[in-house]
Design a protein around this ligand. Structure first.
Ligand code: AMP
Ligand code: ZN
Length: 119
């Protein structure tokens, strides 16, 4: 079982901020901003590349949960970012789909291509 499946099954400790039948959200262990929450599906899906048509509602709900947590965290007036990293080139490290909610200040963005390994 992967790390985030263990968190979803309460077999691994996490600071949980939201839970329902399909989704669980918890604080990132290494926050990069004052508010940094991960919203995950309880169902194991390794990456966005693996989602199927049957998952459309689940992902809509994940975004809605992120919006509600952002509201409750006082982020909604000034704004925040929602981020999915996708596999190696996208910088994804944990192979269980997760939506980052990051905010709590004006965010600096430095996304660029290294130009390495481009096919
Ligand atoms: P990514 O690079 O998009 O795959 O993001 C993985 C995120 O998971 C990173 O921001 C990590 O800090 C976070 N993370 C890893 N292990 C844990 C954990 N046990 N509890 C909470 N967050 C974690
Ligand atoms: Zn998993």
């Amino acid at each position: 079982m992967c790390l985030f499946c263990k968190i979803a099954n309460h077999q691994q400790k996490a600071d949980i901020v939201y839970e329902d039948e399909q989704i669980i959200a918890f604080k990132d262990i290494k926050p990069i901003t004052p508010v940094h929450i991960l919203i995950i599906s309880k169902k194991h899906i390794s990456s966005i590349t693996e989602i199927k048509e049957e998952d459309i509602n689940l992902f809509g709900k994940m975004i809605f949960v992120a919006k509600k947590i952002a509201d409750d965290s006082g982020l909604s007036e000034k704004g925040y970012k929602l981020l999915f990293r996708v596999k190696k080139y996208g910088g994804q490290e944990v192979e269980h789909v997760h939506l980052h909610l990051i905010g709590g200040g004006m965010l600096y963005e430095d996304i660029h291509s290294t130009g390495k390994e481009v096919k």
